[in-house]
Design a protein around this ligand. Structure first.
Ligand SMILES: Nc1ncnc2c1ncn2[C@@H]1O[C@H](COP(=O)(O)OP(=O)(O)OP(=O)(O)O)[C@@H](O)[C@H]1O
Ligand SMILES: [Mg+2]
Length: 462
């Protein structure tokens, strides 16, 4: 398994997120500490709990983006939860423990798909045999039944010699078909196969309980009582291969082992990103159907402190799960959280507001940079988009000023500004196929004229 060093994690995050060095460092260290801890002997390991992190910063500066990229990067069970979802009406049904269940599901998926890819080659071979079986239905079915085997009569199946010959030629045919199969010549051939139906009797009548987890659990139990039905179906060889490979891989992996490994992964390396944590901090909103925010904090507390949550795969301990919380904290403050919860998040990092310079970089540098995205989109229509450097300067300047004069929505502003800028080109793109369109400062100014009134700006320009 790849274990990144903090420097490597930061470098990976740098490919997508501009600036926010402190936050990147904090998550990188926290992650590396998990690894360091895992190398210690058990006694010491038990003592070391993760140092949870709170990321604070205005909207649209990369908090969620850091979490998303981190998730892709680390080979750890990971989920992102909006803390606010626990304040919604009907909250009793979706208790906070569901985040541990979701994390466990994520881990199961992760471990399972790793195991599946380990057995892929074997599964592919087994699938091939099954396709051949379907392509060449055995003409000697009778002979394979035990009764006929013992009481074979000569007039039924011919002489021993004949049988051997027939077997030979069948094997030959099979190999010929195998070759044609492997060279992709039979992909569209229709064959009849038996497929397992993933049927589960309706449990709709109890859905009124509103507890999704319970519902799923019941569905699982009910599903396992009834044997799997199979159904005969006509499919192409290429479809059959997908189905068979899946089924064969499933047979080859040991689900008990998957579950054990997944639970281990959750307990030792799981990461939960708790977004919008600021929205459950602070004074009560007063009356209303929402569950009290402090109530939600109190519910979350034991999970963060370490408890055991029952999942359908078994009990899961939460002691060593890493929590990364994030919030804008512009209305409430971290100190508005209940003290116990604050204590559980000892690492605080502030994300900075983005500067005009940052905007220029966000537009052009990340691997998924907005300008690169739009160039690629237009390329599909045969239109070549060229952005001059001063166009980028102007876009960054306009976006930055709009954040100042209107609402500060961080890098999200760039999205709206880019859409506005390219609206015209986007609409007529297919008429301009083959053309190169150069977007320069003048073009930006022309197309974004309506967005900001320059005299609005005087008070901001010193
Ligand atoms: N520093 C950055 N570098 C590159 N892209 C960024 C950066 N900050 C934000 N973005 C982009 O802006 C958009 C919004 O960012 P993100 O979702 O991370 O905001 P956030 O900080 O979580 O805000 P909120 O508090 O509103 O949830 C995303 O598309 C993201 O890619
Ligand atoms: Mg966010």
């Amino acid at each position: 398994m790849v274990e990144y060093t903090p420097k490597e994690i930061v470098r990976e995050l740098d490919r997508y997120i501009v600036g926010q060095y402190k936050a990147k460092r904090a998550v990188a260290i926290a992650l590396r500490n998990r690894y360091r801890r895992s190398r210690l002997d058990e006694k010491l390991r038990e003592e070391i709990t993760p140092k949870n992190i709170i990321m604070m910063g205005p909207t649209g500066v990369g908090k969620t983006e850091i979490a998303r990229r981190l998730a892709k990067l680390v080979n750890a069970p990971f989920i992102k939860v909006e803390a606010t979802k626990f304040t919604e009406v009907g909250y009793v049904g979706r208790d906070v423990e569901s985040m541990i269940r979701d994390l466990t599901e994520a881990a199961i998926r992760m471990v399972k798909s790793a195991r599946m890819s380990e057995v892929r080659e074997k599964a592919q071979l087994a699938a091939e045999e099954r396709i051949l079986d379907a392509l060449l239905p055995s003409r000697r079915k009778k002979a394979s039944s035990p009764v006929n085997f013992f009481f074979q009569t000569s007039d039924e199946d011919g002489s021993e010699e004949d049988n051997a010959k027939e077997e030979d030629s069948m094997a030959n045919t099979r190999e010929k078909f195998r070759l044609r199969l492997r060279t992709g010549k039979l992909e569209d051939t229709i064959i009849e196969i038996d497929v397992e139906e993933s049927h589960s009797p309706s449990v709709g009548m109890i859905s009124g309980m509103g507890n999704e987890d319970m519902l799923l659990q019941i569905q699982d139990v009910v599903g396992s009582i009834f044997p799997k039905k199979t159904k005969r179906k006509k499919v192409t060889v290429s479809e059959a291969r997908k189905i068979f490979e899946q089924e064969e891989a499933q047979k080859l992996i040991d689900m008990d082992e998957v579950v054990d490994e997944a639970i281990q992964a959750v307990e030792q390396r799981g990461i939960i990103f708790l977004d919008e944590i600021d929205k459950i901090a602070g004074k009560e909103m007063g009356q209303g159907p929402d569950v009290s925010r402090e109530g939600v904090q109190r519910d979350i507390l034991p999970i963060v402190e370490g408890t055991t949550v029952m999942t359908k795969y078994g009990p899961v301990r939460t002691d060593y799960i890493l929590f990364i919380a994030a919030g804008a904290f512009h209305v409430s403050k971290v100190s508005d959280l209940i003290p116990e919860l604050q204590g559980r998040f000892p690492i605080r990092v502030e994300l900075e507001s983005l500067s005009e310079e940052d905007f220029k970089r966000i537009l052009t540098q990340p691997e998924n940079a907005l300008i690169k995205q739009h160039i690629a989109l237009m390329q599909v229509e045969g239109v070549k988009l060229d952005f001059t450097e001063d166009a980028v300067d102007e876009l960054a300047r306009v976006s930055f000023l709009m954040n100042l004069t209107k609402e500060n929505i961080g890098a999200r502003r760039l999205h709206t500004v880019m859409e506005m800028l390219l609206e015209e080109i986007s609409f007529y793109a297919e008429d301009k196929s083959g053309a190169t369109i150069t977007v320069d400062r003048a073009y930006v100014q022309q197309n974004l004229k309506g967005l900001i009134k320059e005299n609005d700006l005087h008070k901001y320009i010193l």
